[in-house]
Design a protein around this ligand. Sequence first.
Ligand code: SAH
Length: 214
Amino acid sequence: MNEYTNLREQMVATQLEGRDIANHKVLQAMRTVPRHRFVDRSLWSQAYDDRPLPIGQGQTISQPYMVALMTQCLQLSGDERVLEIGTGSGYQAAILAEIVREVFTVERIPELSQQASTLLEDLDYRNIRFEVADGTLGWEKFSPYGRILVTAGAPDIPTSLLQQLNDPGKMAIPMGGAYYQDLMVIKKEGKKVKKRHVCGCTFVHLVGEQGWKQ
Ligand code: SAH
């Protein structure tokens, strides 16, 4: 076992299984994806710590627990096509790609999208598609999606995302104020849209037409 495999095992045991992450697919994905590769080499030794880390451009890779929790909330079977808003480092996209059929990920900052797609290709992921755009408008072309995961904090649910969610479908999204949000799971079923509060959280802003203004 190399050094990072060890750190990853410890991360899964203490930060995930030690809390409330029990979904086997999620735990297996978190054991597999080499999180250190998604941050700058100078941060590799901290990559498995219980916290978010900077990824440049003022953005962050979420804390491992938050990535696992959001993924668990989506209750994935493995057949799904998932839309992710906020590619960032590409780490969450890789976790999803370990579990589901196809991942569509949208990022507004071109440099981050480019870096993530290069890395994920290098790591041999073949089921992720990248787009540089305002993700508050979703990615109409491949809609509807069985699941949508928003990894930046929104003032409200972008209506485009709700429209592009399959019926039935589920979306996880951090929503609320500029400095503090609530992780919500939105369930679309027939004419009904149900919201469930999961926990408090802090994410960088979802900036766009149906998000925060610059
Ligand atoms: N999922 C990422 C976390 C990235 S942080 C990871 O695993 O590393 C949130 C990301 O959302 C940032 O990269 C930010 O640039 C991006 N973002 C913010 N507003 C966006 C928008 N409207 N459309 C697409 N991406 C957006």
